[in-house]
Design a protein around this ligand. Structure first.
Ligand code: SAM
Length: 276
């Protein structure tokens, strides 16, 4: 994973600690704790329930990494693992190139664009696009979320999905800064799925969103990101939004693909068919 500039809330050391649950993970876990400047615990410290006084614990367990939330009514763990049930189910039964996201990036035009996912998150969308054959670069500015993705990519090595994850290339960087540094076009399609709006109650109840709001922070640079993406994409920019969410400020999309809970705003730059 390449790491340049990244982004972490200032109170992170109160909210998160790192826990190595197995001997094989000690070095990786300790190095990550050091990089983040947060407390580190391992199975060797047991019994040490102290680490459970942190609201979030980043747990390394063998090849697997996940963030658990502590406390009485804490929801289940959050992971980027591509081997978990919902991801493998979508791989088998998700609808291939007929899926909305596939149409949004132009795969229904008989072309195979290279993609930059500038807001990778848990990389579930990126995995779908890689599973449909796209080479995809992922940018993620939160080092915590980027480490979940990096662990998921390591975990996939040697499994039946390794050909898919080999097409996914992760950079732990801020996309605005990274795009500003690039001299030419960076991908055929740039895909954006920025943070959901804070007022979206349905998204807030989801465990991933709660975690994002505490550990990733809320700085929104959507308008700048969109403007930079439009400068650096060859064929189109695609923005995923909540179905009824506002468009990002600035240039307006030429068309939209509407789903049950989300929507894709399309900013065309040239015909996808020219890619053939
Ligand atoms: C809603 S999540 C993306 C979910 C993702 N599409 C998926 O399928 O899992 C948004 C992510 O974008 C990241 N992000 C927001 N602005 C960014 C920026 N300027 N550069 C890089 N990452 C950014 C946030 O840290 C967060 O992890």
């Amino acid at each position: 994973m390449n790491t340049q500039q990244s982004f972490c809330p200032t109170n992170i050391s109160q909210n998160l600690c790192i826990y190595a649950a197995a001997a094989s993970t000690l070095d990786t876990a300790a190095a990550f704790a050091q990089a983040l400047q947060v407390q580190f615990f391992s199975y060797q410290d047991t019994p040490d329930p102290y680490f459970l006084t942190f609201p979030f614990v980043f747990v390394y367990e063998g090849e697997k990494a996940q963030i658990i939330q502590t406390g009485k009514s804490a929801p289940g763990p959050v992971t980027a693992s591509f081997l978990q049930g919902k991801t493998t189910h979508r791989l088998k039964f998700g609808g291939g190139k007929g899926q909305m996201i596939a149409k949004a990036v132009g795969l229904n035009k008989g072309v195979l664009p290279t993609i930059l996912d500038a807001t990778a998150g848990l990389a579930q969308d990126a995995f779908v696009l890689a599973s449909l054959g796209c080479e995809i670069t992922l940018l993620e500015r939160s080092p915590i979320i980027a480490e979940l993705i990096a662990s998921a990519l390591r975990e996939a090595q040697g499994t039946e999905i390794q050909d898919i994850t080999a097409r996914m290339h992760l950079n732990s960087v801020d996309a605005c800064a990274w795009l500003a540094d690039q001299t030419g076009k960076v991908a055929d399609v740039i895909y954006l799925d920025p943070m959901y709006p804070h007022s979206d109650k349905s998204a807030l109840v989801k465990k991933e969103m709660r975690l994002f709001h505490t550990l990733v922070g809320e700085t929104s640079d959507d308008a700048e990101l969109l403007a930079r993406a439009i400068q650096k994409a060859r064929y189109r920019v695609v923005v995923k939004r909540p179905r009824k969410g506002e468009t990002i400020q600035g240039q307006q999309p030429a068309h939209q693909i509407l789903g049950k809970s989300c929507r894709y705003d399309i900013y065309p730059l040239q015909r996808m068919e020219n890619l053939k």
